[in-house]
Structures are given as structure tokens and as C-alpha cells.
Write a protein that binds this ligand. Sequence first.
Ligand SMILES: [Zn+2]
Length: 390
Amino acid sequence: MGFVLPLTSADAAYVATWQSTEQRVKTVCSALGRPITALCDQAHYETAVARLRSNNIVVSPTGEVTFTACGVTTYKAGPWIDDATVNDLTQGAVRATSQSMGQGTKIHSRIMRCMNALSATALHNGLPTSFEKEVMLSSGGHMVGKFWSEVPRCVSNFMDNDHFRMAAHLRLALVVVPPGSLCQIAKKNDVDDKCLAEISDPCIHPHLCKRGPARQRPHRALMVSLKRVLERAGAEVDLERAIPALYRMDTAGKVTEAILDAVVITPGCFSTLPVDVTIRCPHAQRTTNRASITPSVAASEGEKDKQTRYGSSVLPLSLETYGRMGRKSLQSVRQLANQTVAGSIASRFHRGSDFIAMLRSDLERTLLWNIADTTLLSLGHVWRSRGRQG
Ligand SMILES: [Zn+2]
């Protein structure tokens, strides 16, 4: 059975949504930030504060943001307490008081962070199936989710409609598979040799399919994306390079080579940073009982595997199917970005943090497009559109 999505202007809708969100941010800032700096009337301020308190968030006249006792209990019972403590949410990313009060943006970000934390905890708690909980934990969380909050920077960042819609559906656990669907992913060298495994609801098979395009393409795309972004900032990147120092020999004298996905040489640096990329699925049997209650379980398994094989000299880059990056992988991204920016006189990035954001966003966009592509392929998207039927 073919699978064709109706054509809509998904990218246009995305941009419009982003613009209206930005407008709402300004509105909330003026409603909450300005009264605290005495730029607006007292009644408006008190109404806003009372409404926040009814949502378990307390804002003081001096701009401190905390949870109520009930809010603290709710958040601590949720899955993200290891990602961000209550203190991280209420105090994090605030600079000098004058800055935080300035236009209301700092206090706004603290309030939004607390509101998001409580609403996400309630949403996770209310999801009826483990599958949906796994998707949610694998989609968001600490330092992940750039792609969905950032407008595309250039035309090449735009996804075509089918892929954008599938990526959004996947990330929201909304993919409905036509009954009786069989996986249409073919071998790379034989388009008629299809996988034909049954794709039942929930749609998990495409993420675990063993066929080449399903396994290799997203992995390869991440490597290429990493290379492209780092090279634009002045680094040299070799893909699939052998590192003899990491070869292993067993007791019988058999040598296992170490071919690293990417080896990065940052500008002005005379050492190499080997990187190994892995994509882990939270629905895989190895993690499925834990991935619905603990974030980043699958990505952490990937990082542990890399550590066991290569030790700490290789930077792991372990992402989960829906975009979540492991904690050590985030450190890898920070190290790669900071080291590249620090050594590059030609870099257009003034701060490492700008480059970290861009690198993360590009990796996530690449992964989401490719996971959407694999799912579309599995459902017969390309097979039908190329007229290979029969
Ligand atoms: Zn398959």
C-alpha cells in the first residue's frame, strides 16, 4: 500500500506559528516584566501574579521566581528532576539584577521555564501509553529541542512538506499506519528486495529496521552534517578515519581496527578530536522498560558503549531517534564548538555558545529529516512516487 501525504504549505505554517509565538512572548513580557519595574499599573501586575500563583508559580516584586510547595512536589515526581533541579529552573541563566529586570525578558524566561516544566510534567503523567511517554522523553528535555523553537535560517534549512509533516507527526507520536502495511525499504543494490516486515501501530519498525537505508543513512547524514558545520567555522574534519592507537588485539593476535566516524582538527590545534556517532532508539528492547520514565536512557547506553570500546579519548555523539542528545554528547558538542571558535580567526561566531546552538540545531534537523525519510520510505513513499509499483 502506498503512503502519500497531501500537499500543504507546512513551512509557511511553521514560520507563521513562530512569528505568532514571538509576538506572544512580547505580550507576556510587557504584562509581566514591566509592572515589576514599575512601568505598568499595579492592578495589571497583581492580576498576572495571582494567575501565576494559581498555576503553582510565585513571582515576587523583586523578580524572584519560585514554585509553590505543590509545584515543587509535582515537578520532583516527574521525569526531568535529574535534568534540571528546581533551583536550575528558578535561578538559572539570570545575569545581573538590572539586566534581568531590564525589558522583562529574563524574568519572562524564568517564568516560562517554570510553566513549561510543570505543564510537561503533567502531560507526561497523563499520557496513556509507554510508547507515547518514550517519544516525549526522547523528543525534548535538557538542551534539546532547538529545531522546533528556531526559525530556519536559510532556504536550505527548509524541509519539504512530506518530511516536515512526518517529522512533526513522529515527534508527537501521531503517526497512524495503514492496516496491513509492510515495510517497503529495499536493499541498496536491489530495489526489488524489500524488507516486508509488518509495520503495526505504534509505528516503531522503521526506527529499528535492519535494512541499509534505515540504518546507514541517518548515521551517515549526522556525520556529514557535523563535518559541514565544523568546516564552515574553520575546522578540518575527516570522515571514517582509522586511528591505529585505538586498535585492539585479542589473545589470539587478531586485530580489531578502530575506524572513527569523524576526526576533527580544530584551527590552530595540533591534536585530533575523534568523534563517534550513534543513533539509539528508545523503543529498542534494551531500554524500552526504562525509557518511558527516565530521559536519555537510550542515548546514555550509546555513550557507555563508546566509552567501553574506545575509552575517554573519543568524544561520543549519541542521539535518540526523536532528537534527544545524551549528556556526554552535549559535552562533546560544547567541546567541539568552543575549541573550533576559540582557534578560528575567520569565525563569524563571537561566542562559543552561538556556535553550540547552531551545531545542535543542525544535527537535530538532520536527524529529524532522516528519521522522517526512513519512515516515509518504509511506508512506500518513494517506491510509489517513482512508479516502481508492480
Ligand atoms: Zn523494514
